[in-house]
Ligand binder design. Structure first.
Ligand SMILES: [Zn+2]
Length: 294
């Protein structure tokens, strides 16, 4: 999809385009300065068009998973102790992937009573677009970015569930962490080596244990165990890059949460005793850090 050699006009023979040929096309069209200089002006426009088409195709591909993520949000965005949601709150109409629209579409409307189901309209889709943008902007070998893509795929419903009901369900946090560790293992075998993977896993465990410890020491005033499980993957992704990156990620995460907390307090949307969901900050802090170091 969107490989550079398909762009057509670049066939002069003297132009060598050294773009990584990745399965998902994530790293395509990254020319070195020299390569770009060799391409005459009249060829640049078609290349840009090809790149935009590639991004649009990739986006369209990613958006096909939106109904699955919407189903996850609808199912798990329920208070603790309440059974997973199987249908519309208003009329009980079942919600499933066999008939995804309109309940699991961007408008999130029940086909029977038109009540809203799960995440807000266009929320999942908007976060997926952000996730694709992060993946496109973060540098690194394909295997590393596949691990990040996996984690982000789970992080999107986790953020929305946490915002809705202040929960990070095990059904989403464990696969996110285990898959990320496994895929980073593939990245280690295919290039980075065992050292990077050991550091990543250690960072994940240390971060997860640190969050879990606050729960034990501070109870409800500490972080939740869901945050600790989400941190297993976050710590691994950041620790993979280095210990300094892990620290940067933590600092950015806490800065973001403090900033948003102050803004919400100032606008009187929350009180001093309010408990902000922390999952969204963990995800945002991770993305921001990877963008800064990538
Ligand atoms: Zn309904």
């Amino acid at each position: 999809m969107g490989r550079v050699e398909r762009a057509g006009p670049i066939r002069s023979g003297k132009v060598t385009v050294d773009a990584p040929q990745t399965p998902g096309g994530v790293g395509d069209a990254q020319f070195s300065t020299t390569d770009t200089d060799l391409i005459s002006d009249r060829y640049v426009a078609p290349v840009r068009t090809s790149r935009s088409v590639s991004v649009v195709r990739r986006l369209a591909g990613v958006l096909t998973v939106a109904p699955v993520l919407r189903l996850a949000v609808a199912r798990y965005a329920v208070p603790p102790g309440v059974a997973d949601r199987a249908g519309c709150d208003g009329c009980g109409a079942p919600v499933g992937l066999d008939r995804p629209l309109p309940a699991l579409g961007p408008t999130a409307r029940c086909p029977a009573c038109a009540g809203r189901i799960g995440a807000a309209p266009f929320a999942v889709e908007a976060l997926l677009v952000v996730a694709v943008a992060v993946l496109a902007l973060v540098d690194g070998p394909v295997a590393e970015r596949v691990a990040l893509a996996w984690w982000l795929g789970w992080a999107v419903p986790l953020v929305l569930v946490d915002l809705a009901v202040h929960r990070l369900p095990d059904r989403l946090t464990w696969p996110a962490a285990v898959g990320t560790w496994a895929l980073l293992g593939v990245a280690a075998v295919t290039g980075a080596g065992a050292g990077a993977w050991l550091r990543a896993v250690t960072a994940g465990v240390v971060l997860g244990l640190a969050f879990a410890t606050t729960t034990l020491l501070l109870g409800r005033r500490g972080f939740g165990l869901g945050d600790a499980k989400l941190a297993l993957g976050m710590g691994a992704l950041l620790g993979w890059q280095g210990w300094g990156v892990l620290v940067t990620g933590l600092v950015l995460t806490f800065l973001l949460s403090a900033l948003v907390g102050v803004v919400l307090l100032a606008s009187r949307r929350v009180g001093w005793s309010s408990h902000l969901p922390f999952g969204p900050f963990l995800v945002a802090g991770t993305c921001l850090t990877l963008l800064l170091v990538g």
